[in-house]
Design a protein around this ligand. Structure first.
Ligand code: FMN
Length: 212
């Protein structure tokens, strides 16, 4: 294998100064997400979600951002999955976006709450039928006993819902992450990156520049 300690990237695609920043971090985020989509970043909505278990152990995985509004970042998953159980016992989570094509990172910290049943229903309805069936067939994060098990389960639910709309399973739905801190990072030459932190103070956001 190549000596990975020699892998080194110079970042020079952009810069972020205090005059470039929007007052509200949601506006700043939407502007960067929009640029990530326009620049054809491979998975612009993919974000790392970190949760902490009841006994204080962190774990991370990628999920897809499905909505950002003026107060939360929303995603969908199985409520009984490992992450779902973690969030039941500890509502504090972190999100991380990395857009390598733009040399940008966004870090988000906050509290999650479940979306309402009607919000989850409405997103579930918009998914392709195959994904809806997949939500019924997969007990996410549980052990699968052999290579055929999932295929068999999928066929069973396909049959069960034949000729009918697939309704949302009660154990599947959305979460909204309400942030208390959001940080924007733009890679710069010589590791002199730009970092700006927004911290929620009552109803406004305190912006500070951080050393890279
Ligand atoms: C690009 C990508 C997108 C993903 N999107 C989702 C998603 O939106 N929701 C989800 O539950 N899992 C998603 N996954 C799968 C999760 O990363 C993870 O494997 C799964 O949710 C089980 O995690 P857990 O056992 O920690 O709960 C995605 C994985 C990748 C690589």
């Amino acid at each position: 294998m190549k000596d990975i300690s020699k892998i080194r990237q110079q970042y020079n695609k952009g810069q972020l100064g205090s005059n470039d920043l929007k007052v509200n971090p949601f506006d700043q985020f939407k502007s960067w997400l929009n640029e990530a989509v326009q620049s054809q970043c491979l998975e612009p909505t993919a974000m790392t979600l970190s949760t902490v278990s009841a006994d204080g152990r962190p774990s991370s995985r990628i999920v897809l951002l499905k909505e950002v509004n003026d107060s939360s970042f929303n995603f969908f998953t199985n409520y009984n999955s490992q992450k779902g159980l973690n969030m039941n016992s500890n509502a504090y989570v972190a999100l991380n976006f990395f857009w390598p094509e733009l040399e940008r990172q966004v870090r988000i910290e906050g509290r999650v709450e479940k979306l309402s049943a009607s919000e989850s229903d409405s997103y579930f309805k918009s998914r392709p039928r195959e994904s809806q069936l997949g939500a019924w067939a997969s007990s996410q994060s549980e052990i699968v006993h052999d290579d055929e098990e999932l295929e068999v389960l999928y066929k069973t639910v396909e049959k069960k819902f034949e000729g009918q709309n697939v309704i949302r399973p009660s154990y599947w739905g959305g979460y909204a992450v309400h942030p208390t801190a959001i940080e924007f990072w733009q890679g710069r030459a010589n590791r002199m990156h730009d970092r700006f932190s927004y911290k929620k103070c009552d109803e406004s956001w305190l912006i500070t520049r951080l050393a890279p």
